[in-house]
Design a protein around this ligand. Structure first.
Ligand SMILES: NC(=O)c1ccc[n+]([C@@H]2O[C@H](COP(=O)([O-])OP(=O)(O)OC[C@H]3O[C@@H](n4cnc5c(N)ncnc54)[C@H](OP(=O)(O)O)[C@@H]3O)[C@@H](O)[C@H]2O)c1
Length: 329
C-alpha cells in the first residue's frame, strides 16, 4: 500500500515521499482495520515535517494528524463498531491508504455526511469550539476578535460564534475576503494594519471585548490589543507569522491583558472518553446540519502528495487541500 513518509526534516514538499509499504496486519481482538478515505493537509503537519512542531518523530516517519476512514474489518471483541462505519482516528500517522487501530482510539461519525468535511473534523472544529467556550464566559451579543479569520479554524469560529449569538471581528492579512466571510456570518472584517485598534473600536462602538483568539503571533496582538477590555483574555494557538506573540507594555501592565496558549492535544488527553465522544458528536452534528462547512480548494491522489503539500503551503488559498488516498469519495 501507499503511505506518505519523510526521512529527514526539511521543506515539506521536498522531503515528503509517497512510498510502498507493507499492508497493515489483520486486526487483533480489540482493533479495527481501516481504509482511509480522505485527509487534509494542516499547518501542523507541515511544521512536523519541517521539524518545527512540538512533536518531533523518529525518522523515517509517517505523518498526518487527521483523516476520515471506513471500517473494513473488526476484531472479535469490538462491539461498538461495524464494517462500513465511518470513523476518525484520535491517533496520528493517518497519511496512509490503510491502517489498523485500537477500536478505543476511534470515534464513529455519521455515514451520510460529506467525507471531506468529516476528514477535517478532528482538529479545527474542536479548536475553535474549545477556545470560544473554555476561557471566557460569553453571553449572546458579546464580541470576539480573531486573527487569520479566513483559515479553517477561522471559518469554524465564525460559524460557531454565530450559533451562540456572539459577534465576531475578523482580522485578515489581505483585501478581498469581506464578502466571503460576511456571507459566513462574520460581523466585521478588517485587514491588518497600523490603526487596527481604532478601526475595531469604531466598528464595535467601543464595546468591551473580553476574548481574542490569535493564530498569527508576532506583533499582531500589539496592533489590536488596545481595542480589548481591561483584563481581556487573548488565546494564542498558532505562530503563522513565525514570531512569538507580543504584548505592548501598556497592554501588559495598564490593561492587564491575559495572554495564554491553546493546544488541542492536551485538551483531548485530559478529557474522558465520554466527553471526547460527546464533543465530536456535537461537532459532527454541526457539520451534518451545515453549521460547520470549511471550503475545499483542491483534492489530490496519494501519488500527488508533493503537489498537494506545495498547494497547501501556498498563500491566498480559498480553502483546504485534501488527499483521497484510495480514489475519489
Ligand atoms: N494549537 C492548536 O491546537 C491548533 C489547532 C488547529 C490549528 N492550529 C493552528 O491554527 C492556524 C490555522 O490553521 P488552519 O488549519 O485553520 O489553517 P488553513 O486553513 O490551512 O489556513 C491558513 C491560513 O493562515 C493564513 N496566514 C498564513 N500566514 C499568515 C500570516 N503571517 N498572517 C495572517 N494570516 C496568515 C492564511 O491566509 P492567506 O489566505 O492570506 O494566505 C490562511 O488563511 C495554524 O497556525 C495552525 O497550526 C492550532
Amino acid at each position: 500500500m501507499k503511505v506518505a513518509q519523510f526521512s529527514s526534516f526539511g521543506r515539506a514538499e521536498d522531503v515528503i515521499e509517497c512510498v510502498e509499504a507493507d499492508e497493515p496486519l489483520s486486526p487483533q481482538a480489540d482493533e479495527a482495520a481501516l481504509e482511509v478515505l480522505a485527509f487534509p493537509i494542516n499547518p501542523a503537519d507541515l511544521l512536523t515535517i519541517e521539524g518545527r512542531y512540538a512533536i518531533r518523530p523518529p525518522l523515517p516517519a509517517r505523518i498526518g494528524a487527521e483523516c476520515v476512514a471506513r471500517v473494513v474489518a473488526i476484531g472479535d471483541s469490538v462491539t461498538d463498531l461495524s464494517v462500513g462505519d465511518l470513523v476518525i482516528p484520535l491517533d496520528r500517522d493517518n497519511w496512509v491508504q490503510r491502517k489498523t487501530s485500537k477500536a478505543g482510539r476511534l470515534v464513529k461519525v455519521p455515514a451520510h455526511v460529506d467525507p471531506l468535511q468529516l476528514a477535517m473534523l478532528k482538529v479545527n472544529p474542536p479548536t475553535a469550539y474549545l477556545m470560544m467556550t473554555k476561557y471566557v464566559e460569553l453571553a449572546p451579543g458579546d464580541w470576539i476578535v480573531q486573527t487569520a479569520a479566513n483559515s479553517g479554524v477561522g471559518h469554524c469560529l465564525i460559524r460557531l460564534a454565530k450559533t451562540e449569538g456572539h459577534r465576531t471581528i475578523n482580522i485578515v492579512r489581505r483585501e478581498g475576503l469581506e464578502g466571503e466571510l460576511t456571507a459566513l456570518g462574520a460581523d466585521v472584517v478588517l485587514v491588518d494594519g497600523p490603526d487596527l485598534s481604532e478601526r475595531i473600536a469604531a466598528a464595535t462602538g467601543r464595546a468591551p471585548i473580553r476574548l481574542a483568539i490569535d493564530a498569527v503571533g508576532g506583533s499582531q496582538i500589539v496592533r489590536f490589543g488596545d481595542a480589548l477590555a481591561d483584563e481581556a483574555v487573548i488565546v494564542n494557538y498558532g505562530r503563522l507569522s513565525g514570531e512569538n506573540p507580543q504584548l505592548s507594555g501598556h497592554q501588559c501592565v495598564f490593561k492587564r491583558l491575559w495572554l495564554t496558549g491553546f493546544w488541542l492535544v492536551p485538551w483531548l488527553q485530559k478529557m474522558s472518553r465520554e466527553d471526547v465522544t460527546a464533543l465530536y458528536a456535537k461537532l459532527a452534528g454541526q457539520i451534518a446540519d451545515g453549521t460547520i462547512q470549511v471550503p475545499v480548494e483542491a483534492t489530490f491522489p496519494m501519488e500527488g502528495i508533493k503537489e498537494a503539500i506545495a498547494h497547501a503551503n501556498a498563500y491566498q488559498r480559498r480553502g483546504k487541500v485534501l488527499v483521497m488516498p484510495n480514489g475519489p469519495v
